[in-house]
Ligand binder design. Sequence first.
Ligand code: ZN
Length: 281
Amino acid sequence: MAALLLLPSSGTGQELDRIRALSVDSLTAPVPTYFSPGLEAEAGTYAEIVARLNSVLFDSLGVSIEPVVAVLAPNDWSVFPTAPGMVPGVVGLDSGRYLVRVPVPTATMSAAYREAEPYLPAARLAELRAAGLSYSDAVASATEAILYHELGHIYALEMGIGIEPRWFAEFIASYIGYSGLVQVSEQDRIVWDAIMDARAAAPGPSPGTIAGFDGFLGSEGILWYQGHFAELVRELRPELGFDFVRDVQRIHTSRYDPDDLMARLGEISPRFITWADSLGR
Ligand SMILES: [Zn+2]
């Protein structure tokens, strides 16, 4: 989730050319989607999520993007110059167009969520069961749930919201994605809340401070932070709604001072300050 957020590229669309050169199959609807052999069902599922979320976010934020989805098996990821991704990520193609990369399978990511099962809060387990799901089912659906977060990154980028500090880029991606998610799929919402809360409750980095986030490259540290970002999103969203995203667009451009950003966020909601102070204690 965190490690594979890439800057919008120079707009050459090279990534798309490389995928096309694989001669993999594709879908044209509901969004253009390329997929490796045997992954048509997954491709259809992910394309549907992307299309539905994109529609909700367009209605809510008035920002128009054209997503392209690539659902690729590990051997096909070699078309990218970057390390093969084990989690979804996004790549800017050119103005308003983004590639959503979805690796299959997501073994490393699944393991990190599976390990957190002992820490799953009882209320989240009850919610899963009421929906006819086990925690294993939730882990198996983690890719679907995380797609909402990835689309959140795209919208933040397209709205000119800076990608630093990294903690805030991850927070705002989850804020935007989750705000759409709750309108799109109750089942995906339940899955997201379960895996995020399990990771937040599992042991985390020490000290788990906001300032320390950029130093964490291990997936477990990142997922612990993501879990805590998700908690704050859930707390703030009912009160602030999509207006918060527009407020952030006004205050947070590419040039920023971290302390100044936190002070400005604190003016929007004092909860940012108390949450940051309590994180990791
Ligand atoms: Zn992310």
